[in-house]
Design a binder for this molecule. Structure first.
Ligand code: NDP
Length: 340
């Protein structure tokens, strides 16, 4: 396809599954963006990845990719321990950054990443895909419009079976940022914050390692978040539960919203509204691929129109909650979330 003159070149750091399965297509789906380079530590994997996905250039050093003049935006999708240095390198080279979640392993590092992008005058976003779903956006609009009165409680069901091809660092390498809390609880947190338009103040959680996570890495977690408004949010995340299905519910003083099959990477799912003793199926807008919307909104933000769907600050906040959930599970105490 002929691309417009001002097409933005995206460079991908990490020959990863998420890039392969969703993000390359999402970037190339936009009329004004195109993946032009990929970086992998392994030149062989980089070459194969570039050739399989029609990417012009591959590099094996971060510095080479971020200094490629054809790269305007860097998408970071390596293991979680690598995000910080890669973001700093991109920001120092004056490139915009869309970074995967969790942004980093510590709040200090995540804040340093956001600060580096801010001082370089580049846009930074977090790839929390779920807030791009038509279902979650509809839930937020309904709640804002008063459809269920005052929100009182939320429940998130996000316990799944980790696909075989992802049973690598997530369940084996603590130093890479393994475990279900960094993998899934961050997404629950971001979606709850977005739908409820509220902030988590305190968390209580218990985690478990039921055979998939090695060295005690948690592969299941349940807990409760108390929000600033007083809403209680219950969550269940796992790598080990194959048949539960996913869901997201908000129960208010005047009604309940029940969303089914919505904690997923695909643009699917349904929403029911129950109130006054009746139940109606909520009409949703046309579905759009979640990652395509994330990139579309990011491209708009770098053109000076609005913010990324999830900002750097959103990524910092979901990480802060995940860290508190982990601390609660480790200590058996309720933890007040530290955002600074
Ligand atoms: P992968 O395990 O597929 O890849 C992670 C990194 O490992 C790659 O960047 C690559 O780096 C290296 N790698 C890839 N294949 C191999 C291999 N065969 N042998 C050794 N190393 C390899 O990770 P995911 O795609 O699952 O996750 C990447 C990031 O994206 C994480 O931060 C994760 O949390 C996030 N994520 C976000 C999702 C979302 O919906 N927002 C969904 C899934 C993941 P290199 O090429 O440089 O060696």
């Amino acid at each position: 396809m002929q691309r417009p003159f001002n097409t933005k070149g995206w460079g991908i750091i990490g020959a990863s599954t998420i890039a392969k399965e969703y993000m390359i297509a999402a970037i190339n789906a936009q009329p004004r963006s195109r993946v032009v380079a990929v970086m992998s530590r392994s030149p062989q994997r980089g070459r194969m990845f570039a050739s399989e996905h029609g990417i012009d250039r591959y590099y094996s050093r971060v510095d080479d990719l971020v200094h490629d003049p054809k790269v305007d935006v860097v998408y970071i999708c390596t293991t979680n321990d690598r995000h910080k240095n890669e973001t700093l390198a991109a920001a120092n080279a004056g490139k915009h950054v869309l970074c995967e979640k969790p942004l980093a392993l510590t709040l200090h590092d995540a804040r340093a990443m956001a600060a580096a992008c801010r001082s370089a005058g580049v846009v930074m976003g977090t790839n929390h895909h779920l807030r791009n779903a038509v279902t979650h956006r509809r839930l937020r609009a309904l709640i804002r419009g008063g459809a269920i009165g005052q929100p009182l409680a939320a429940r998130v069901f996000h316990a799944v079976s980790l696909p075989d091809h992802l049973r690598t660092w997530r369940i084996k390498r603590p130093e890479a940022g393994a475990g279900v809390i960094f993998d899934i609880t961050v997404h629950d947190t971001d979606t709850l914050r977005f739908v409820l338009d509220d902030e988590v103040e305190t968390v209580t959680a218990m985690s478990t390692s039921q055979g998939l996570g090695v060295q005690g890495i948690e592969d299941g977690v349940m807990g409760v978040m108390r929000f600033k408004s007083g809403v209680l949010g219950q969550f269940h995340d796992a790598f080990t539960i194959a048949h539960a299905g996913t869901g997201f519910e908000v129960h208010g003083s005047e009604g309940s919203l029940i969303a089914t099959d919505v904690m997923t990477q695909r643009p699917v799912g349904s929403v029911l509204l129950r109130r006054d003793g009746t139940q109606e199926s909520v009409t949703l807008g046309p579905p759009e691929d979640l990652y395509t919307r994330s990139v579309r909104v990011f491209n708009r933000a770098i053109a000076g129109r609005g913010k990324p769907a999830a900002t750097a600050e959103d990524g910092i906040r979901s990480l802060a909650v995940a860290l508190a959930v982990r601390e609660s599970a480790q200590t058996g105490r309720s933890i007040r979330v530290a955002y600074t």
